[in-house]
Design a binder for this molecule. Structure first.
Ligand code: C2E
Ligand code: MG
Ligand code: MG
Length: 654
């Protein structure tokens, strides 16, 4: 029930009508109903009292209702007034000409004027100069369309500064003069804006070096490209420090961070005119040259940067470190048509520089894209091959003993058997599998398969058969290798000492600390570790001492010319002596001729592997190989000759 004037009039009219009806027809009705004159005369005596009683009850009931309603209204009004007074949001009511009719204390604090002084003030005079004269009209139009407006308004604060507010404006009906009125609610968002700005700064600047971040340099390149005319060429140099992980692993991350700051400063100091520098994250930097007339300019810049980086850096702990870098260069519009492509292609060129031995720079070429495409296709085929079980392992015997006629174990070598195609050797696909990460599930499969095979041969030949499995750096990095090894041994039942894991020096150099820990745990488990392709990498004696390995495998490149080349012979001799000093066994890889074997044996090499003994073969050929080799030489330990011969009679199938 609403207490309005029209409602009160309605009640009065109804009362007047009922009263008139009572006066006019009450006697006639009583007479008609009773037909008794005595009752009628008694009714006439009391009918006024009846009327007064009923009217009083009605008046009471209506007043009571109206008062209750009004009480509720007053309560609500009082609450609204409290909200208006006490809220931290600034609230004002304006008329249709944006003049303030009422303002709450929060708003008066926001603008530094009392509520009384604000009355009648034009709202536009409180706004910052960043809002133009049509701003308020725009708001009114929007309210006309959708009933409200919400957005950002900058007002002038009491100290004269300009502050941002989130404002909501709503139409609240018309005043006594019949003109529209509006309620404005202002929430200060200075802190929110500051936080937003800080976030933007964080995203736009690298915290460590203070240089522009990847995000900012991406925006800058996009802007440069948008402004570029047909003549303009832009060069991007993607810089990646070589083996930076070693610094982190050896000296710890804080020192690594120090070094990155020093590198950033040095690069900044040597930038040519019109160039910008950004830190993309980790050990990656980017330089862009805004106006390149000749590609040689970018090459020259790369050479200077490599020189700058090559000068020693002195760390906070006074240690001198030497850093190298690889740089890839791409041009707009020659190579790339967008900022994303510039980054992508210069990155591809940088990887090419890494592949070509690091510490150099390369221009991007279309060939790189083609190669990347081929890689992508190969990756898809490899994934499918793993699902379809097209991979298989071949095994290559490792021989040893006094006359190099005793079987010491096998090395498991991966092959890809594509339907109707020739067998593919790992060199053609391992690096692709490494790049895409597929090597991890593939390597796990190799581990499990090789352990199972070795265990099955052990049962078949009734003697332990060690198996060597090649690992990839990726497997080393995942942190799951230890579990995978444990599982493979558990599932196959192979004794840990019969599993020889082959790793390369570069794998260890990439992660010195993690590598050392992992090797330690594997050795504790009882697994043997061999350093593969020794001589092709760092071949550092100090590293050899540091890493806990059992066996050194001399790379085949040192073996091939062993007979004729005295230098190679000296080198192999030195490696063998050094390894023996460190109590390591030595395996020579790629032994193809009896002459090589002869020299190696004279130098004290322990074990041998190569086509002289056998090329790698599928497991089902074991029996055949055992039979063939049994004719010419013994294939087991001397104490075990009979057992071997009898086992070689069997099929040898897996
Ligand atoms: P690696 O571990 O050094 O393996 C020895 C390679 O030398 C094998 O090539 C073997 O066939 C070849 N070889 C051994 N003796 C001779 C010889 O007398 N003459 C000649 N010409 N070659 C010989 P393969 O099987 O093509 O493997 C190449 C490389 O691929 C391996 O080098 C290893 O680094 C990698 N690899 C093989 N299997 C796997 C695997 O399962 N996982 C990983 N991550 N890498 C693997
Ligand atoms: Mg190997
Ligand atoms: Mg090798």
């Amino acid at each position: 029930m609403k207490l309005t004037g029209s409602y009160a009039l309605k009640v009065a009219l109804v009362y007047a009508a009922v009263g008139a009806l009572w006066i006019l027809f009450s006697d006639a009705t009583v007479e008609w109903l009773t037909g008794n004159t005595a009752v009628l005369s008694a009714f006439r005596d009391y009918k006024w009292w009846l009327f007064v009683t009923a009217s009083s009850l009605l008046v009471f009931w209506l007043s009571w209702h109206a008062l209750a309603e009004q009480g509720g209204l007053i309560r609500r009004l009082r609450q609204s007034a409290i909200v208006f007074e006490r809220t931290h949001e600034g609230v004002i009511i304006t008329d249709h000409r944006n003049r303030i009719l009422d303002a709450n204390p929060a708003f008066s604090r926001m603008v530094g004027r009392s509520e009384a002084l604000l009355r009648g003030v034009d709202l536009a005079t409180l706004h910052s100069s960043r809002h133009d004269s049509g701003f308020l009209d725009g708001i009114r139009n929007r309210i006309g369309e959708q009933g409200y407006w919400t957005g950002e308004i900058w007002n002038v604060a009491p100290d004269g500064s300009e502050r941002p507010y989130q404002a909501t404006v709503t139409y609240v009906g018309s005043g006594r003069d019949g003109q529209d009125q509006y309620a404005w609610i202002f929430t200060e968002i200075t802190r929110l804006k500051d936080a937003q700005k800080r976030l933007e700064d964080l995203a736009y600047h690298d915290l460590l070096t203070g240089l522009p971040s990847r995000l900012q340099v991406g925006d800058r390149l996009r802007q440069l490209l948008a402004e570029a005319d047909a003549e303009k060429r832009i060069a991007v140099l993607y810089i990646d420090l070589d083996h930076f992980r070693n610094v982190n692993d050896s000296f710890g991350h804080p020192v690594g961070d120090d070094l990155l700051v020093l590198v950033a400063r040095r690069l900044q100091g040597r930038l040519p005119e019109g160039a910008g520098l950004a830190h993309l994250g980790g050990d990656e930097f980017l330089i862009y040259l805004e106006d390149v007339t000749d590609s040689a300019q970018a090459g020259e810049c790369a050479v200077n940067m490599l020189k700058a980086i090559a000068e020693p850096f002195v760390l906070a702990n006074r240690r001198e470190v030497y850093v190298r870098a690889s740089i890839g260069i791409a041009f707009y519009p020659d190579d790339a048509g967008s900022a994303t492509e510039l980054l992508q292609y210069s990155n591809a060129a940088m990887f090419e520089a890494k592949k070509l031995g690091r510490n150099n720079w390369q221009y991007f070429s279309r060939q790189l894209v083609r190669r990347a495409d081929q890689r992508l296709q190969l990756d898809t085929r490899l994934r499918r091959a793993l699902e379809r079980e097209e991979f298989t392992l071949h095994y290559m015997p490792i021989m040893g003993g006094e006359s190099a006629e005793e079987l010491q174990g096998f090395e498991a070598l991966l092959r890809w058997e594509q339907p109707d195609q020739k067998l593919m050797a790992p060199d053609e696909f391992i690096s692709a599998a490494e790049e895409t990460g597929l090597i991890v599930p593939l390597g796990r499969w190799v581990l499990e398969q090789a352990c199972r095979q070795a265990a099955s041969w052990q049962r078949l030949l009734d003697r332990p058969i060690p198996v060597a499995v090649n690992l990839s750096a990726q497997q080393f990095r995942t942190g799951r290798l230890f579990n995978h090894v444990e599982r493979a041994l558990e599932q196959s039942g192979l004794a840990p000492h019969l599993l020889h894991l082959e790793i390369t020096e570069s794998m260890l150099m990439e992660q010195i600390q993690t590598g050392q820990n992992l090797l330690g745990r594997l050795r504790q488990l009882g697994v043997h570790v061999s350093l593969d392709d020794f001589g092709t990498g760092y071949s550092s004696l100090s590293y050899l001492r540091r890493f806990d390995v059992d066996t050194l495998k001399i790379d085949q490149s040192f073996i091939s010319d062993l007979v004729d080349n005295a230098a190679d012979r000296d080198l192999v001799s030195a490696i063998i002596s050094m390894a023996h000093c460190l109590r390591l066994k030595v395996v020579a890889e790629g032994v193809e001729q009896a002459g090589q074997l002869e020299v190696l044996r004279s130098l004290g090499c322990d074990n041998f592997q190569g086509f002289l003994f056998s090329p790698p073969f599928p497991p089902e050929h074991l029996g055949e190989w055992l039979r063939e080799s049994a004719g010419s030489r013994s294939i087991g330990t001397h104490t075990d000759a009979d057992g071997r011969r009898s086992s070689s009679q069997q099929s040898g199938s897996s």
